[in-house]
Design a protein around this ligand. Structure first.
Ligand code: NAG
Ligand code: NAG
Ligand code: NAG
Length: 396
């Protein structure tokens, strides 16, 4: 494997303006994927070359950079894993990674690109084109036997991860999944899929702590951001969403034994034409899960069907929901400075568990209008208060 040292690296970094993202004192070894056999022609399968570049970077005894020059790289499913000797690895991607045209190649895999059990890894720049449209068409055509599809970028059991300036296009399933991780920063992501594409969630976080998602734009067919069980200390800031299903805590209560969601802040968001804005959703099923310490602050709703919604009665087709009661306990949720327009008359809807009413729900300076008639709020099994100006009149 060829390698060469820092002068060239610093030239790239100056061009890209990202020199603060690497350890400035140490020299960093560069592994150029072209030198590992990759071809940026969009035709040659470069999976092995990327795996080789990773193996070399991982085995390096100093900080390593895997450089992906401009071009289109055809990649199958590939996992970057293991405890690396290198203290930090940066993927500097100036090209586009493209999935095979035949959706069945990735369709059977859980993930297209996955990082497992790694630490101090940065992914800077890059476009990921998963070519999901043909799989969506398969799924949309009723009755056909389609694979589930792959997550585009999966980060599992990892810590100190930065994803900066990534473009993710047309994922087969979820675009980015952060699962069992700690200290993850996603910044400047751009996620794009059709508004009617199935299960193409933008960013899904679960069983993870200290995750930050900021300055990102998400247009997709499912949740822009979905927040699963075991999420702790999640900070979301300056995210635009739409089309999509909004920012959603849930679905929870899928399992009886489930970790809670705690300390989530969603700050400065804009929702445009989405089905939901700020949502908490749980199955109407027994569970020991909970949601507490949630702050939704400063959101603009533009023609959103359900700007503020808690739905604990989720049970599609009334299947597998014994007693139809959610066991998830929701408490200490604040909605502050939420404004804009609702596409339906019910701008605020709290539909909580009959057994465990939502508690400590606060609306503080909320102003939502419906274009044609007066907006309304609807409350079931919820305890809380309204502060400041709240329109529509609060049912709390
Ligand atoms: C890294 O390995 C090279 C040989 O491969 C050696 O010359 C160098 O001193 C090592 N650096 C550190 C920091 O251990
Ligand atoms: C690659 O770099 C050039 C210039 O540095 C930039 O214009 C281009 O957008 C980059 N492409 C990707 C995919 O990052
Ligand atoms: C809540 O999460 C934020 C980061 O999102 C963190 O700064 C803060 O310390 C957390 N609070 C508690 C009580 O853990």
């Amino acid at each position: 494997m060829d390698k060469f040292f820092s002068t060239l690296l610093y030239a790239f970094l100056l061009v890209l303006g990202t020199n603060n993202l690497l350890h400035s004192s140490a020299t960093s070894t560069i592994y150029n994927v072209l030198r590992c056999g990759a071809k940026g022609n969009g035709i040659t399968d470069s999976t092995q070359a990327f795996a080789k570049a990773w193996a070399a970077a991982c085995a390096s005894n100093e900080s390593a950079t895997i450089y992906v020059p401009k071009g289109r790289y055809l990649l199958g499913s590939v996992a970057f894993r293991s405890e690396c000797k290198s203290p930090s690895i940066t993927f500097l991607i100036n090209g586009t990674l493209v999935a095979p045209t035949d959706y069945r190649v990735l369709g059977q895999a859980n993930n297209w690109l996955s990082f497992e059990g790694v630490s101090h890894v940065s992914i800077i720049g890059g476009a990921l084109d998963a070519k999901g449209t043909s799989l969506w068409a398969c799924k949309t055509a009723a009755g056909s036997n389609c694979p589930n599809g792959a997550t585009t970028l999966s980060i599992t059991k990892s810590n100190n991860i930065r994803i900066n300036g990534l473009l993710s296009l047309n994922s087969q399933m979820y675009h980015i999944v952060i699962n069992r991780c700690q200290d993850v920063l996603v910044e400047g992501a751009k996620i794009i899929a059709a508004g009617d594409s199935p299960n193409t969630d933008g960013i899904h976080v679960q069983q993870s702590r200290n995750v930050i998602i900021k300055s990102s734009s998400i247009k997709t067919g499912d949740d822009c951001i979905s927040i699963g069980p075991g999420t702790n200390n999640l900070w979301i800031e300056r995210v635009t969403c739409g089309p999509g299903h909004g920012i959603s805590i849930g679905s929870l209560a899928k399992d009886l034994d489930e970790e809670g969601v705690q300390n989530v802040t969603v700050f400065k968001t804009v929702f445009t034409g989405t089905t939901n804005g700020l949502r908490i959703k749980s199955w109407a099923r027994p569970s020991n899960g909970f949601v507490r310490g949630i702050r939704f602050i400063d959101a603009l709703m533009q023609n959103v069907q359900h700007p503020i919604i808690i739905d604990q009665n989720y049970c599609p087709h009334n299947l597998n929901c014994p007693g139809q009661i959610s066991g998830v306990k929701i408490s200490d949720v604040i909605y502050q400075d939420i404004r804009g327009t609702s596409a339906t008359p019910i701008a605020i809807k709290f539909d909580c568990s009959t057994k465990y009413p939502c508690k400590g729900i606060r609306l503080h300076n909320v102003h939502l209008r419906h274009l044609k008639q007066e907006a309304k709020s609807s409350c079931n099994n919820v305890i809380g208060e309204a502060l400041g100006l709240v329109q529509p009149n609060s049912c709390l």
